[in-house]
Design a protein around this ligand. Structure first.
Ligand code: PHE
Length: 365
């Protein structure tokens, strides 16, 4: 602000013309010039803040005391002085505002520059999800049995004693029930301990062979260690028709195991007992890790015990309305988790159910 401008802004030129006020007005003009010079130097926020404090600050601001000096001004100059002070204040405020805008603009630009996409950077590969190892195994097994002409049957996870035990030829109080470590729920119901009740339900529903089904799903037993979890997965196969023999069972087991593990896999049947099959056999396959030589996976035996099997007991067929004089059948069941553990070298069954992404990433198919 120049003194000329200050004078020109006065309403009554006569009053400002009185030479006595010139000094004071010149002081105001000098302050305005000083502010303009300081403002031009401001390059950043801290600079802006100290400029604001230096001029408008409540304690040391240069404009603060100016109005208080009114008393020292000759009465005829007071009006011009007041106007001059106000105008200077207006200029300082407008100046600070302008710098603020300039700084804000710079800051926005810097933000934008920092977040700008560098199109020359190599792309990040998308993180692909994967199927759970147990799901991968069950899909493979479904595929194998679909090729052999089987369909997939289903059934409830909460069962009654009749389907889980009685119709499978576990008489009440029979010690074989103890091997199942049953978990009971209210109302006389239980969590199915195996997939076999689904074969019972299928036979009851269809009654007319030929029947060729597999059924799979979660099963529950009160059991918990490195190899056993209270919840695990089984798959079960059931074939019923006229003239089905133990030879069919063995042939089907060989075809299945060679697809599931490898074409060289050998199958061995050992006599065993299940209430619902007669005769019954435990089935071993040559170890897929060492191909029969002996290693940690097979406890140095060369064989892995993987499933239970047998010819469906005539009592079971009869209980389900199928004539055992005309029809016979075989059934076998295995733990899917164990197959997944063997396939992917997983030492602890719990790892399958922890949901740890690092495991899932390793078994991506
Ligand atoms: N249900 C049996 C079990 O869980 C397995 C099995 C199925 C055995 C079918 C023979 C035939 O122990």
């Amino acid at each position: 602000m120049s003194s000329e401008q200050a004078g020109a802004s006065g309403d009554a030129p006569g009053e400002t013309a009185g030479g006595a006020s010139n000094d004071t007005l010149n002081q105001l003009a000098a302050l305005a010039d000083a502010f303009a010079a300081e403002a031009a130097e401001v390059a950043d926020r801290p600079g802006w803040e100290s400029l604001r404090l230096a001029w408008l600050g409540k304690k040391q601001g240069k404009l603060r005391g100016l109005m208080g000096r009114m008393k020292e001004i000759p009465p005829q100059d007071r009006r011009a002085f007041g106007q001059g002070v106000n105008e200077l204040k207006g200029r300082v405020e407008a100046g600070l505002e302008a710098i603020d805008q300039r700084l804000t603009q710079g800051e926005r630009q810097a933000d934008q520059d920092a977040s700008r996409i560098d199109v020359t950077l190599p792309g990040r590969p998308p993180q692909l999800g994967s199927l759970h190892p147990v799901t991968q195994v069950i899909r493979l097994i479904e595929e194998i049995f679909a090729e052999l002409g089987y369909s997939v049957a289903d059934g409830p996870e909460i069962e009654d004693d009749r389907h889980n035990f009685e119709l499978l030829n576990f008489p009440p109080e029979h010690p074989a029930r103890d091997t199942q470590d049953t978990l009971f729920v209210d109302g006389g119901l239980l969590l199915r301990t195996h997939t076999s009740p689904m074969q019972i339900r299928t036979m009851l529903a269809r009654q007319a062979p030929p029947i060729r089904i597999i059924c799979h799903g979660r099963v529950y037993r009160n059991d918990n260690d490195l190899r056993h979890s209270p919840m695990f997965h089984q798959v079960e196969c059931l074939a019923i028709d006229e003239g089905i023999s133990l030879g069919d069972l063995k042939g089907t087991l060989e075809a299945f195991c060679q697809r599931l593990f490898s074409p060289e896999t050998k199958v061995r049947l050992r006599p065993s007992f299940f209430p619902f099959t007669e005769p019954s056999a435990e089935v071993d396959v040559t170890c897929s890790a060492c191909r029969g030589k002996g290693c940690a996976t097979c406890s140095n035996t060369g064989w892995m015990e993987i499933l239970g099997s047998g010819m469906v007991d005539p009592r079971v067929l009869r209980a389900c309305g199928i004539d055992p004089a005309r029809y016979s059948g075989f059934a076998f069941g295995l733990g899917l988790d164990r197959v997944a553990m063997i396939r992917y070298g997983i030492p602890n069954i719990r790892m399958l159910f922890d949901g740890d992404e690092r495991l899932l990433r390793q078994v991506r198919s």
